[in-house]
Design a protein around this ligand. Structure first.
Ligand SMILES: *[C@@H]1O[C@H](CO)[C@@H](O)[C@H](O)[C@H]1NC(C)=O
Ligand SMILES: *[C@@H]1O[C@H](CO)[C@@H](O)[C@H](O)[C@H]1NC(C)=O
Ligand SMILES: *[C@@H]1O[C@H](CO)[C@@H](O)[C@H](O)[C@H]1NC(C)=O
Ligand SMILES: *[C@@H]1O[C@H](CO)[C@@H](O)[C@H](O)[C@H]1NC(C)=O
Length: 233
């Protein structure tokens, strides 16, 4: 049995600790965006990432799946002149959290990109026939051209570099422009000074649209696309 004085000492320490957390010098509360953190990883067997059918396919991983997202946005290109080849200049997309659905029914996730690519980029959740998918974050290229995946709803971020690139299956949705589906990719975390957090690898699969049309004039091209992004750590 602990003595009364041990209990009192314990209580005093507990009170001091709780005072310390309430101190005005404690870290400020996190902004509300960070509070609506993405749902925890579902239990059960992780879904299996689809194969492109290419030999070799994208490099495999022993890392753990942390999120599956549907990305919806544009692939951007520039043309120097009519008849020139387009040069990719980056992409911008909203990432919608499909993790729970991926664990429940991966076929239902695969059905989304070919439909979403023909619809406007949602301003809030993405409505799918399997229910709404909430915003997980966004994908963009930073000023130095680094593909960035900001999973802001989960407080995770990946600054990436491409490690694998294969053709999308011929059966993929060609998108509203009818130009074809962009390649399936793997990208891994860039070394320092980049500081990725909570995600170290992503695959872009099940692409729909995004391929540049032929250059008919000098200028920029913005091509609608959708894809699945599978995040690992
Ligand atoms: C466009 O790219 C193709 C394939 O790499 C190449 O054969 C062709 O010469 C290029 N055309 C121009 C105008 O650069
Ligand atoms: C791509 O194009 C979109 C739409 O025009 C634009 O908002 C975005 O900043 C562009 N991003 C890049 C990396 O070029
Ligand atoms: C899974 O999704 C597919 C495609 O949406 C659907 O046809 C199938 O009925 C779903 N299966 C279950 C068990 O809900
Ligand atoms: C990621 O998104 C959060 C929330 O919008 C923002 O505060 C943060 O600056 C973003 N990070 C980068 C590197 O853009």
């Amino acid at each position: 049995m602990p003595s009364m004085s041990t209990i009192l000492k314990g209580l005093t320490l507990a009170s001091i600790l709780s005072l310390a957390t309430a101190s005005p010098f404690a870290a400020p509360p996190r902004p509300s965006l960070e509070c609506k953190s993405a749902a925890a990883t579902p239990t059960g067997a992780a879904p299996t990432i689809p194969t492109s059918g290419n030999t070799p396919d994208l490099p495999s991983t022993t890392l753990s799946l942390v999120y599956v997202a549907v990305g919806r946005g544009t692939q951007n290109y520039t043309c120097l002149a009519a008849g020139a080849n387009s040069t990719a200049t980056g992409a911008i997309a909203t990432l919608f959290d499909a993790t729970s659905l991926a664990y429940a029914n991966i076929s239902a996730v695969h059905a989304i990109p070919p439909i979403a690519v023909n619809q406007a980029v949602p301003s809030g959740s993405l409505d799918s026939s399997s229910g709404p998918l909430s915003v997980l974050g966004n994908h963009f290229f930073d000023a130095s051209g680094t593909p960035t995946f900001n999973l802001s709803a989960a407080n995770k971020i990946l600054f990436a570099a491409k490690t694998g690139d294969v053709k999308a299956p011929a059966t993929s949705s060609k998108g509203p422009a009818g130009t074809g589906a962009v390649d399936w990719l793997s990208l891994t975390a860039k070394p320092a000074p980049y500081v990725s957090d909570g995600v170290s690898l992503v695959y872009r699969v099940e692409t729909a649209g995004g391929v540049a049309p032929a250059c008919t004039a000098a200028g920029t091209q913005t091509v609608q696309y959708a894809a699945e992004y599978w995040f690992y750590d």
